[in-house]
Design a binder for this molecule. Sequence first.
Ligand SMILES: [Fe+2]
Length: 293
Amino acid sequence: MKNTGITVCPLSAYTGAEISGIDLREPLEEEAYLEIRQAINDWGAVFFRDQVLTPAQQLAFARKFGKSEEDTHVSNMTGVDGLPEVKEVLREAGDARNIGGFWHMDQSFYDLPSCFSVLYGRELPPIGGDTMFSHLSAAHDSLSPGLQRTLERLSGVHVRAHADSSEINSAASGLSFDYYVESCKRFAGIEATHPIIARHPETGRKVLYFSPVYTDRFEGWTRDESLPLMKYLTGVLGKPEHTCRFRWEQGSMAMWDNRAVVHYALDDYGGHRRLMHRVTVDGPWLEQSEKES
Ligand SMILES: [Fe+2]
């Protein structure tokens, strides 16, 4: 492969790598996109520093990895600069609510969720507001063969309205029960079922496709029956060895593969404004992992 000058520096044993030696304002050579894609396949999430990007430049970069998605479903996020695909993820200084403060993959409550998310830090708090990532293949591979075989037979039901229920359950959320009821009406019926163990279409690795909040239950099980095993899997996702923590700086941009990692927006910067711009793109979705009888 041609020397692109790109350096990939892993942040942990399983997930997250910083990519340096690159300026994303202008189109790159095709080899550079291939190298970035390989780094995402290797690490699930990659991070760029010191980038000065307009929303249009961020969108152009993201489109190199798939078709950009304009979320035509009901959403809390608005587009910026006349670009509906570039969504504001905004928390004002006075907001108690922290969007995405739980392990999740973006839009798993749709039949075809986003493949890649590209998040640029536009206005950051002076400290805090880091994002954590956990690799779904590391989680899968750490399970015993017996539990892997059991999970191979299960699917998870992912429910949109649960994003708000998780925040209702947080004493600091500032959200009322009435807000939750409204949210349930607004997002009623937005749910999707995905295999708990799936195969990544590019790496061939198996993943534990599970979110402690969006996954409501195992298909065919009651929620009460599902909760004990889901609680165990939550601990597996959150095992520190499976994670990395990305500290945002001015000019930082993160890009991750929602088929390979879950992420978690830390809620430790209350009283400060934080504005991020997010673009999501589509791509080949997870494949059914072979089931054993
Ligand atoms: Fe997210």
